[in-house]
Design a protein around this ligand. Structure first.
Ligand SMILES: [Fe+2]
Length: 180
C-alpha cells in the first residue's frame, strides 16, 4: 500500500497553504470578490436585456455597444471566479445566490435608449464602489494579485463610464455654450 503523501491526510485532497495569507482576512477579500461576481452577473444580464430590446434611431450603435459591454463582462466574470479559486475558495455559482447578494438590480423592460445608458451607468457606480472595497480588503493582506487584477478592471470601467456619460449628455451646459 502506498504511503499517503504529505498532501493527503484523509480521502479529500488537502493542498498546502502555499499562499500564506491570514485566513480570516482572506475571507474578507473573497467575500467582496463574491459580491463583485454577483453584481457582474446581474449587470451582464441587464446588458443582454438592453442588447435585445433596444430600438429607435440609435439601434445600430447601441445594439453593438451593449454586445461589446456584455462580452467584456463575460470575460471579467470568469476572471473573478477563477481569482476566488486561485485564493483556494469557492466562487458562488447559483443564480439565486447572485440575485440575493448583488446590489445591482435586474433591469426591467426599458423603452428609452437614454434610460438604458443611465441604468448602465448606475450599474457601473455600484461595480466601481464594489471594486474599491475589494482593493481595500486585498490591501490589508498585501494581496497584490487581486489588487492588480481589479485595478485594471477599475481603470477600464471608469473610462467606459466617462464615454457613456458623454453619450448621455446631449446638450452643453449654458455657461459652456456662452463661453464658446
Ligand atoms: Fe446579438
Amino acid at each position: 500500500m502506498n504511503k499517503p503523501s504529505e498532501f493527503t491526510d484523509n480521502k479529500y485532497f488537502k493542498p498546502k497553504d502555499y499562499l500564506g495569507y491570514d485566513r480570516e482576512k482572506l475571507q474578507n477579500v473573497v467575500g467582496e470578490l463574491n459580491t463583485l461576481l454577483s453584481n457582474y452577473t446581474v449587470y451582464y444580464q441587464n446588458l443582454r436585456n438592453f442588447h435585445w430590446n433596444i430600438s429607435g434611431e440609435n439601434f445600430f450603435d447601441l445594439h453593438a455597444q451593449f454586445e461589446a459591454l456584455y462580452n467584456d463582462a463575460r470575460l471579467k466574470i470568469d476572471e473573478i471566479a477563477e481569482r476566488i479559486l486561485t485564493l483556494r475558495h469557492r466562487p458562488l455559482s447559483r443564480m439565486s445566490d447572485y440575485l440575493e447578494i448583488a446590489d445591482i438590480e435586474e433591469a426591467t423592460l426599458i423603452d428609452e435608449d437614454r434610460e438604458m445608458i443611465l441604468t448602465t451607468l448606475d450599474n457601473h457606480r455600484i461595480l466601481i464602489a464594489n471594486m474599491r472595497n475589494v482593493i481595500k480588503k486585498a490591501d490589508e493582506i498585501t494581496d497584490e494579485g487581486t489588487i492588480d487584477m481589479i485595478g485594471g478592471f477599475l481603470e477600464a470601467i471608469e473610462k467606459k463610464s466617462w464615454m457613456l456619460d458623454a453619450w448621455a449628455t446631449h446638450k452643453l451646459k449654458p455657461e459652456l455654450e456662452a463661453a464658446s
